[in-house]
Design a protein around this ligand. Structure first.
Ligand code: ADP
Length: 160
C-alpha cells in the first residue's frame, strides 16, 4: 500500500525552507500532499489561491507531490486523502514546544495518524514566512528567501 503523507501549513508565503521539507518528504514517502490550511482568523499576506498556485509551480518537479487546501481539522483532511502521516518541519528547539502540543492533540484526535518531523536544512533554519513578510514590508530583499515563482507573485502584488 502506498505511504501517503500530508504536509500542512499556512505557507504565507511559501519559503525555500518549506520547499526543502517538501523535497525531503517526497524522497521518503510514496506520495506527499502539501495542504494549505484556510485560516479565517488571520488576514493573509498572500491570498490563498496564489499560495496554492505558487506551491503547485514549485512542486511540479516532484512527480509524487500534489497541492491542495483544507479547512477544519487536519486529521480529517489527512483521512480524506488516505494519509496516516503528518509531516512537519523542525528548525530549532524553539519549534518543539508548539509542534509537540499540536502533535499530541492530533494523536488524541486520531491515534492511527503519526506525526513525523523532518529537520530543516541548516541554511534555512532561521527562515520563516513571518521573516519574509517583515522583510518584504520593510522593502528589503525578500527574493533570496523564497522560490522564484513566489518572488514573482509577490513582486506583482507589492510592486517591487
Ligand atoms: P503553520 O502556521 O502551520 O506553522 P507554516 O507555513 O509557518 O505553517 O509552517 C508549516 C511547517 O513548515 C511547520 O512545520 C514549520 O515548522 C515548517 N517550516 C517553516 N519554515 C521552515 C524552514 N525554514 N525549514 C523547515 N521547516 C520549516
Amino acid at each position: 500500500m502506498a505511504r501517503v503523507a500530508i504536509y500542512p501549513g499556512s505557507f504565507d508565503p511559501p519559503t525555500l525552507g518549506h520547499i526543502d521539507i517538501v523535497k525531503r518528504a517526497a524522497g521518503v514517502f510514496d506520495e506527499l500532499v502539501v495542504a494549505v490550511g484556510l485560516n479565517s482568523d488571520k488576514v493573509p499576506f498572500m491570498p490563498v489561491q496564489e499560495r496554492i498556485d505558487a506551491l503547485f509551480e514549485c512542486c511540479a518537479e516532484f512527480k509524487n507531490v500534489s497541492v491542495t487546501s483544507f479547512e477544519g481539522l487536519l486529521v480529517d483532511a489527512a483521512r480524506a486523502h488516505g494519509s496516516n502521516v503528518l509531516v512537519r518541519g523542525l528548525r530549532a528547539i524553539t519549534d518543539y514546544d508548539y509542534e509537540f502540543r499540536i502533535a499530541m492533540a492530533n494523536r488524541k484526535l486520531a491515534p492511527e495518524i503519526e506525526t513525523v518531523f523532518l529537520i530543516a536544512s541548516e541554511e534555512f533554519s532561521f527562515l520563516s514566512s513571518s521573516v519574509v513578510r517583515e522583510v518584504a514590508k520593510l522593502k528589503g530583499d525578500y527574493r533570496q528567501f523564497v522560490p522564484v515563482c513566489v518572488a514573482d507573485r509577490l513582486k506583482q502584488r507589492i510592486g517591487r
